[in-house]
Structures are given as structure tokens and as C-alpha cells.
Design a protein around this ligand. Structure first.
Ligand code: DQQ
Length: 543
């Protein structure tokens, strides 16, 4: 069976003694301290009895666990304290809105406030008895009404929050408005809804500047910003987002491209990634994204391991220079864990394998640039196969010879490659342009056969004619591989459980199975030190 120690992560957030750790909740920066709450079952290895776990940090990498912050005690949340968000109100007053599973099993929205706002760690939260603030009435289904966003304030001075719902079969971001953040009324129209999908869980709504990479406070709205509306779809359990305009007068979100097939919507991450939520980091003026990475093993494995669920390394997000998608990159603080750099530049990667020696391949950070040969040796693009990138990755996998590619990394590879996860690119010539397919193939990740072994894939939105270089950054941490293609324009995260590295070290290879060589114009890898995920509070220095 799977034993927990080998799959626990060294630098990806996990609660210390964890059972179910799921959605990131109420992330915020407040008075020098970063807060992460998360859906947490303190005494079970399956979902249920949900509390709010709470950890604090001064660098988003090293964490001190605190007592449970919000837990089922009142008629308005006695059956679970579900997902919600933090908002910092005027007077620098933090509050949390969260969904309670009420005594009669209805989803209702409650407010919680710090018992002592001068406690630098906001350890104790209280829930006023005037809760719930919002209840599922007027056609709102009591099973589909949850996950309040961070609030934002319009020019009219009124607060707004969005809630995940499904109305008449349509995925919906319901809009509520308030003068005092206590008395809320439903707006006449939702912020947005679509017939392309059912229930929207964990909505998020925030501005990004058209120019630059800075984050903005959630209430900012001007001609110099675009808005992002994100939703988690329960089927196929993935996170999607839309870029568009927030029309404050009509109080609606107007997407640039309202595709009626959700598979055309944009995604933060084309791998395993769910229930994500952003917050504005006022300290470094960044928009930071958190995301839950559930397990890809079985429930009995989780019981044997005694834990399930980790978080991504927090990512800074901003609008791509061409304004067509978001870009994501691991926060710079993670680089403080880098040790023992191994680098090679100017390697011509002919067809074959090239092992990277001297790196701890189960706990590493890798950055590599692949310079492409002339594109006319690329395979022709078959548009009939374009719709389904994952399928293309599983058919034309790492073992299928191509003109340019497949090339990339074999990650968490065993001695004789019986086990490995292939992260690779393939270039196709499409009339007078070229397309880049990015893949992560988990089918050979482990000799266990009961694991979820998907193949993930996405086309990189880049001008490969002009750029001629494809970059890849990969964070490896025992049972998680986070991949950032094209400098963060395409992200694919996978959960893997190799068996063989139990008794042998794991290996990292560059590989090229294309007929053309590619030039490795840059390769750097680092061992990653363990983050401190269980700091004593007294040792947490507030800068
Ligand atoms: N998880 C929470 C819900 C949310 C779901 C319950 C998403 O509030 O919709 O644990 O994973």
C-alpha cells in the first residue's frame, strides 16, 4: 500500500496533522501576516464535518499552524463550515463570509469577525447570532447556493459579493449588495450566468491591470483594467475563467468571449487543480492565486496515508501582454529554497535521453529553454484533432516520433524508466503558422494500477514563429509536479505516486524523441530545501 512518508510534500503547503485538506479559504494579507484558511476535516480521511483550518506565514512559504478558526457550532453552520472569503472593510477591519450547512441542511451565508483584531494572528473568530445573512429563497436551490467571494465596493459606495449557484440549470454567479456588509439584498440580475454548464462552485471576481503585472485591490474598476470571473465546475472538476469587462452601472460582467461550450473557456491549470481563490497582497502589490490539489490515489490509500490534499505553491497572476489570457508564476519567495544549482547551457539535445546528474530529483525546481530548429521539419497539423489536446497527447505520446518533438522532461523516473511522468512539447506546422502542444502523461507514473493516471494537454498560446523558444519550469515535490509552459501561459499540475523511488532515488532526464535536435539554450535545476510547515508561532518573525 501507499505509505504517507514518501508522498508527503517538502515545500507544498499541507496542514501538519492532516486529514482532508481541500479548498483554500479566506486567503488574505493583514498587518504583516499572510493567512491561509482551508476546508478541513480534523478527524476523518473522507470529506465531512468540515471546519476551517488556519495557518499563518510572513513569506507564503513557511507556515505556523493555528487552532481551527471557524467550526460547526450554531444552527446556521452546525452541519459544516464551508468555503468562503475574507474582505478587509474600511477601518482596516477584516471579516469573513462563508457558507454554513445549516441545521436543516440548507446552504446559508454567514459572517465571522475576529474576536480581537489586535491579535496579530487573528486566532479567534466569532459568529454573530444575527447570522445567516443570506438564505436560499426566491427560486434559489438550498443545495446550490454557496462560496461567497471577497467583497468589492462600487463607486456608489455599496458592497457587492458573488455567490456560486445553479439557476434553472445554468451556472450562475449570483450578486448581492449591501451598505453595511451585514444586511444584503439580491441584485435584480446575476453578475453572470451561462447555459454552458451547471453549478458554479467557488466563484472569484477580480480586476487585473491591462498594463503591467501588479495586483489590484478587488474594488478597483477603471478603463485601465480588465475583470476576471472564475468558476469551479463540478464536472469535470476543473477551474475555468473568463476575461471581460465589469459594467458597474448594470452591475454585470460582460465576457469578451461567451463560448457556449465550457471546454472553450480558459483554465488556470490543465491538470489537477480545483476550488482556487485569489487575494490581493497589499504588501507586494500582487494578485496571488491559491489552488487545492486533491489526491489521485484511492480513498483507502488516503486512509492508509492518514492525509489527503495539498495546495499549489502560491502563484502571482497577471494579464498576458496580448490581453488574451492570464499568466501565472510561482511566487519569488519559493526561490529562497533553492540549493545546489546544476546547470548546463548550449547542449544540443539530439534524439535520446540525457540524465541530469547531481539533483535530488524528487524535490527540485527546474527551468529549461528549448530553442527550436527551423519549423519546416514540424509535422503538419490536423485541425480535426485540435479540439481535444489531452487526447492528442495520449495518442501522440512521448514514444511517438515526431518532426519537432516530443521533447521535454522525464520526471520522478525510476532507474530503468519503468516509472516516469513525461512532460513534453510537440510542434505542429499549421499552414503558415505553428502550434505548440504541451503534455503531461501520467500513465507510466507508477506501477500501481489503482491510481488515476490521466493524460493532460493544452495548446500553448504563443507565437512560436517569432519566439522560436519554448520555456518550461517544473516544480517537483514527491507526489506533485507543477509545470509552467511558455513562462506561465500554460500550467499543468499532476499528482503522482511512484512506487520504485521508495528504495531507489528518483531520476530526472531531458529527452527528445523528435527527428530534429533541439538546442537547450538554458538549463538550471536546484534541490529544494524543506519549507517549515509547522513553525511555532513564537518563531514567526513579523517583519
Ligand atoms: N467544497 C466546499 C464547498 C465548495 C466545494 C465544501 C468545492 O463550499 O463548493 O467543502 O470543492
Amino acid at each position: 500500500s501507499i505509505v504517507s512518508k514518501q508522498y508527503r510534500t517538502a515545500y507544498h503547503f499541507q496542514p501538519p496533522k492532516n486529514w482532508i485538506n481541500a479548498d483554500p479559504n479566506g486567503p488574505m494579507y493583514y498587518n504583516g501576516v499572510y493567512h491561509l484558511f482551508y476546508q478541513y476535516n480534523p478527524n476523518g480521511s473522507v470529506w465531512g464535518n468540515i471546519h476551517w483550518g488556519h495557518s499563518v506565514s510572513t513569506d507564503l512559504i513557511n507556515w505556523a499552524p493555528l487552532d481551527l478558526a471557524i467550526y460547526p457550532t450554531k444552527p446556521f453552520d452546525i452541519n459544516g463550515c464551508w468555503t468562503g472569503s475574507a474582505t478587509i472593510l474600511p477601518g482596516h477591519q477584516p471579516v469573513i463570509l462563508y457558507t454554513g450547512m445549516s441545521r436543516d441542511n440548507q446552504q446559508v451565508q454567514n459572517i465571522a469577525v475576529p474576536a480581537n483584531v489586535s491579535d496579530p494572528f487573528l486566532r479567534v473568530w466569532t459568529k454573530p447570532d444575527y447570522n445567516p445573512l443570506m438564505t436560499p429563497v426566491d427560486g434559489i436551490h438550498p443545495d446550490m447556493f454557496r462560496d461567497p467571494t471577497t467583497g468589492w465596493r462600487g463607486a456608489d459606495g455599496r458592497w457587492r459579493v458573488a455567490l456560486g449557484a445553479e439557476i434553472s440549470g445554468n451556472g450562475t454567479a449570483l450578486l448581492y449588495k449591501s451598505e453595511d456588509f451585514v444586511r444584503w439584498e439580491r441584485a435584480d440580475s446575476p453578475l453572470h450566468s451561462s447555459s454552458a454548464s451547471g453549478m458554479w462552485e467557488c466563484p472569484d471576481f477580480f480586476p487585473v491591470p491591462i498594463e503591467g503585472r501588479e495586483g489590484l485591490d478587488t474594488s478597483v474598476n477603471s478603463k485601465d483594467v480588465r475583470h476576471v470571473l472564475k468558476m469551479s465546475l463540478m464536472k469535470p472538476q476543473s477551474d475555468y475563467y473568463m476575461l471581460g469587462t465589469y459594467d458597474e452601472t448594470r452591475d454585470i460582467f460582460v465576457p469578451d468571449d461567451a463560448a457556449d461550450d465550457y471546454r472553450m473557456w480558459l483554465r488556470y491549470d490543465y491538470g489537477k487543480f480545483y476550488a482556487s481563490k485569489t487575494f490581493f497582497d497589499a504588501k507586494k502589490k500582487r494578485r496571488i492565486l491559491w489552488g487545492w490539489l486533491n489526491e489521485s490515489d484511492t480513498e483507502s490509500d488516503d486512509i492508509a496515508k492518514g492525509w489527503a490534499g495539498i495546495q499549489i505553491i502560491p502563484r502571482k497572476v497577471w494579464l498576458d501582454s496580448r490581453g488574451r489570457q492570464l499568466v501565472q508564476w510561482p511566487i519569488e519567495e519559493v526561490e529562497s529554497l533553492r540549493r545546489n544549482e546544476v546547470h548546463l547551457h548550449g547542449l544540443e539535445l539530439a534524439t535520446g535521453l540525457h540524465e541530469i546528474k547531481g539533483v535530488k530529483a524528487s524535490q527540485a525546481d527546474v527551468e529549461v529553454d528549448f530553442e527550436l530548429p527551423s519549423l519546416d521539419t514540424a509535422d503538419p497539423f490536423d485541425p480535426t484533432r485540435a479540439m481535444d489536446a489531452p487526447k492528442l497527447c495520449s495518442q501522440d505520446d512521448a514514444s511517438v516520433r515526431g518532426g519537432i518533438g516530443p521533447f521535454g522532461l522525464l520526471v520522478l523516473a525510476s532507474e530503468n524508466l519503468e516509472e516516469h511522468t513525461a512532460v513534453f512539447f510537440r510542434v505542429y506546422r499549421d499552414r503558415n503558422t505553428a502550434k505548440v502542444l504541451m503534455c503531461s502523461d501520467q500513465r507510466r507514473q507508477a506501477i500501481f494500477d489503482h491510481l488515476d493516471k490521466p493524460v493532460y494537454g493544452v495548446f500553448l498560446d504563443m507565437d512560436v514563429e517569432k519566439e522560436r523558444k519554448i520555456s518550461l519550469r517544473t516544480l517537483i515535490d514527491h507526489s506533485v509536479i507543477e509545470n509552467f509552459g511558455g513562462k506561465g501561459r500554460a500550467c499543468i499540475t499532476a499528482r503522482v505516486y511512484p512506487e520504485l523511488f521508495l528504495d531507489t532515488s528518483s531520476h530526472l532526464y531531458l529527452f527528445n524523441n523528435g527527428s530534429s535536435s533541439v538546442m537547450i539554450s538554458r538549463f538550471q535545476s536546484w534541490n529544494m530545501a524543506k519549507a517549515h510547515l509547522n513553525i511555532k508561532l513564537k518563531d514567526l518573525v513579523i517583519l
